[in-house]
Design a protein around this ligand. Structure first.
Ligand code: CP
Length: 318
């Protein structure tokens, strides 16, 4: 079976295929009757070992809109609390004959570990600071649609400069977006305080900045990320005020970027820390709610495409 553990495992044409497949679900999701029976009879398990609003709900909605039976396993109420290992949990889910398993876990590599143990496709809903592939795919789709609305419909982001600013060190969203945006041709700038920038990230082809104003200069897209304080145990945590002063996106700061630059944020947002409310809510520039909308369509496309082999429908090569 084929899994979705990271953008790093996808070819450019596979990324574009998933974006194209999602378009039909964007349309379906805008209708009153949003039901389709592509996945009727399948069982999808969402196993979330970390908190989530957008990813969990959109995977659940995606599976249900496609007619599957969707079951959510919340780690806090599971036998993980009684000491069960991740591998034993995976074997248990497998024995229940799930047709797809969606995993969010605090450890980088947890999704791959489970994918190697089970018989069905595994989809990574975020593993530690490693990858969050469906987030990067939905971000690319939201960006592609926003550019199309402005009269620039293109699969190719060549010539586009995207500045990603925030806690890059702990961000699986930054890593997946770097890989995805680069695969689609964009130039990616990463900006963070020195302590929150991964060592060696420049080797992945990113332009590295610590000065936010410099990172913003001429950028076409600005993607803001929150401080992941839950991953900073024992580490110096900047105060919200200090962080906002240096790295918060304000209206004034946004003027350094290209005129009409688009603003993105994967959520959850900390308004007044990494992004000001008047920027997050800019009707003509912020595509944050569009990102959420695209999340459902992308997850429908991923569930559909990854289960095609088991359904006897022509899909991806193994
Ligand atoms: N963007 C994102 O992954 O949000 P959640 O943590 O709410 O799922």
């Amino acid at each position: 079976h084929r899994d979705l553990t990271g953008i790093g495992r996808l070819e450019r044409h596979e990324i574009l295929f998933l974006l194209d497949e999602a378009e039909q679900w964007v349309e379906l999701n805008r209708r009153r009757n949003k039901h389709h029976d592509a996945l009727a009879g399948l069982t999808i398990i969402n196993a979330f070992f970390e908190n989530s609003t957008r990813t969990l709900l959109s995977f659940e909605i995606a599976g249900k809109r496609l007619g599957a039976d969707v079951v959510n396993m919340h780690a806090a109420q599971s036998s993980v609390k009684k000491g069960e290992t991740l591998i034993d949990t995976a074997i248990t889910l497998n024995a229940m004959r799930a047709d797809a398993i969606v995993i969010r876990h605090a450890s980088s590599g947890a999704t791959q570990l489970i994918a190697d143990k089970v018989d069905c496709p595994v989809l990574n809903a975020g593993d530690g600071s490693h990858e969050h592939p469906t987030q990067a795919l939905l971000d690319a789709l939201a960006l592609r649609e926003a550019l199309a609305d402005r009269g620039d419909p293109s699969d190719d982001f060549t010539g586009l400069t995207v500045t990603i600013c925030g806690d890059i060190l702990h961000s699986r969203v930054a890593r997946s977006n770097l890989l995805c945006l680069q695969a689609l041709g964009a130039t990616v700038r990463l900006c963070a305080p020195p302590a929150l920038m991964p060592v060696g990230i420049a080797a992945m082809g990113a332009e590295v900045f610590h000065d936010f104003d410099a990172a913003l200069r001429g950028a076409d897209v600005v993607m803001m990320l929150r401080l992941q304080t839950e991953r900073m145990e024992g580490q110096f945590i900047p105060s919200a005020r200090e962080y906002h002063h240096l790295y918060g996106l304000t209206r004034e700061r946004l003027d350094n970027a290209a005129p009409d630059a688009l603003v993105m944020h994967p959520g959850p947002m900390n308004r007044g820390v990494e992004i000001d409310s008047d920027v997050a809510d800019m009707i003509d520039r912020s595509i944050i709610t569009r990102q959420v909308e695209m999340g459902v369509a992308i997850r429908m496309a991923c569930l559909d495409v990854l289960t095609r082999g088991a359904r006897g429908v022509e899909g991806w090569a193994e």
